[in-house]
Design a protein around this ligand. Structure first.
Ligand code: NAD
Length: 411
């Protein structure tokens, strides 16, 4: 029986905690989220019908600073998944060393079935219900699957109606409305830097490396663009509508323009078409899962051929498959480091909002670059010294920082 998403995250946590000999007292603090909020969101549809949706906000830990994490709109959003993603955020903000804790939220809905006006009413109703547990020094939401800068603008507006002008209550806002330059591209930029640093640590080069990317949304497209700019060859991409491969290298800008226009890569003419699920099995140097969680499992891990996997998505590798990969010597660059570029620039956005001052795009990008490089050096060093995987090393670094803060503040 497959374990739940939250059990999977806690398993990685306990493994690192055991190596660190953390002890029961401190482990007990982190195994349960600090607060779980569930709200019923009753919204009038365009046709006059009234429907009720479930909304969640889970705040895992705030030892190192305000809770921080995205909001996901998806039919599969459930309390267990939100809990797992909230605790991943606690460890992610600690690994990349930004002064936040971890949270996550979501609404169980397929937004593609709703009109824009309905999604706006749903978003505003959600904030109406949770506004007293979020805030610029309390809990700061951000975009995740199926939410973007427009949703963040509505959240800023709705929260500010109740609490006064508060741009720092949410990050990932439009650049025209207190957003940060470089935020939209930040996660993919970070994944590309993580890939380059990993290759370098193996005595390999990003130039000429063959890369396959699963998911061609925010994270997937920017990962492709930056890796291509670094000299890598993007030889396969996939989304929910299908996959394309081209051994000579996919025309990345053409693919991105197609997705901007059509919303997906169906009918994209840049190579040979094949089945989306088979993207994970491409014989490449680097595989980047950048779509959904739990895609590499015991059912398909034997067919995965890439020697390096960089987790652009959250939780793409289930723990059993992760262990099978490790036994084969495959390097898995863990989500809590690899996709931390987004929360890093969210932190920069929050700082700019609090200072009422904006930074240039170069300033944002060079600060992000420094954070990602430092993050890799830190986890790679621990992995070497302790003879553990990069994932366990990342958890050791994160738990060390969060645990220290918690002990200093008092249990
Ligand atoms: P998105 O909604 O922009 O894109 C998701 C992509 O996944 C789309 O291209 C979609 O077609 C594809 N997809 C969906 N089902 C698929 C399937 N079965 N097979 C292949 N592709 C499929 O979402 P995003 O913001 O790019 O997020 C992707 C992942 O990255 C999520 O796990 C998210 O939690 C994680 N993440 C996002 C950010 C961020 O800043 N956006 C930051 C950190 C982590």
């Amino acid at each position: 029986m497959a374990m739940s998403a939250f059990e999977a995250t806690n398993l990685y946590f306990r493994r690192a905690a055991d190596i660190m000999q953390l002890g029961q007292r401190i482990e007990a603090v982190f195994e349960t989220p600090s607060r779980e909020v569930k709200v019923a969101l009753t919204v009038e549809m365009d046709n006059g019908e009234v429907r009720t949706f479930e909304g969640y906000r889970v705040q895992h830990d705030n030892s190192r600073g305000p809770f921080k994490g995205g909001l996901r709109y998806h039919p599969h959003v459930d309390p267990d998944e939100v809990k797992s993603l909230a605790s991943l955020m606690t460890w992610k903000t600690a690994v990349i060393d930004v002064p936040f804790g971890g949270a996550k939220g979501g609404i169980t809905v397929d937004p593609k079935q709703l009109s824009t006006a309905e999604v706006e009413r749903l978003t505003r109703r959600f904030i109406g219900k949770i506004h007293d547990v979020i805030g610029p020094t309390l809990d700061i939401p951000a975009p995740d699957v199926n939410t973007n800068a427009q949703h963040m603008a509505w959240i800023y507006d709705e929260y500010s109606k109740l609490h006064g002008h508060s741009p720092a209550v949410v990050t990932g806002k439009p650049v025209e409305l207190y957003g940060s330059l470089g935020r939209e591209a930040a996660t993919g930029r970070g994944v590309a830097i993580a890939t380059r640093e990993t290759l370098k640590s193996q005595g390999k080069h990003v130039e000429g490396a063959r890369v396959a990317i699963q998911g061609f949304g925010n994270v997937g497209t920017f990962t492709a663009r930056f890796l291509h700019a670094m000299g890598a060859k993007i030889v396969a991409i996939a989304d929910h509508t299908g996959a394309v491969r081209n051994a000579a290298g996919i025309d990345v800008e053409k693919a991105i323009a197609h997705v901007k226009k059509h919303g997906h890569i169906a009918e994209l003419d840049v190579g040979e078409r094949f089945k989306s699920d088979e993207l994970l099995f491409e014989p490449v140097d680097v595989l980047v899962p950048a779509a959904l969680g739990n895609v590499i499992t015991m059912h398909n891990v034997a067919n995965v051929r890439a020697p390096i996997i960089v987790e652009g998505a959250n939780g793409p590798t289930d723990p059993e498959a992760n262990d099978a990969l490790e036994r084969r010597g495959v390097i898995v660059v863990p989500d809590i480091y690899a996709n931390a570029g987004g929360v890093t620039v969210s932190y920069f956005e929050w700082v700019q909002n609090l200072q009422q001052f904006t930074w240039s795009e170069d300033e944002v990008n060079s600060k992000l670059e420094a954070k990602m490089v430092k993050g890799f050096e830190t986890i790679h060093k621990v992995a070497r010294e302790r003879q553990v995987s990069l994932r366990t090393a990342a958890f050791i670094v994160a738990i060390g920082r969060v645990g220290k803060a918690r002990v200093l503040r008092g249990l």
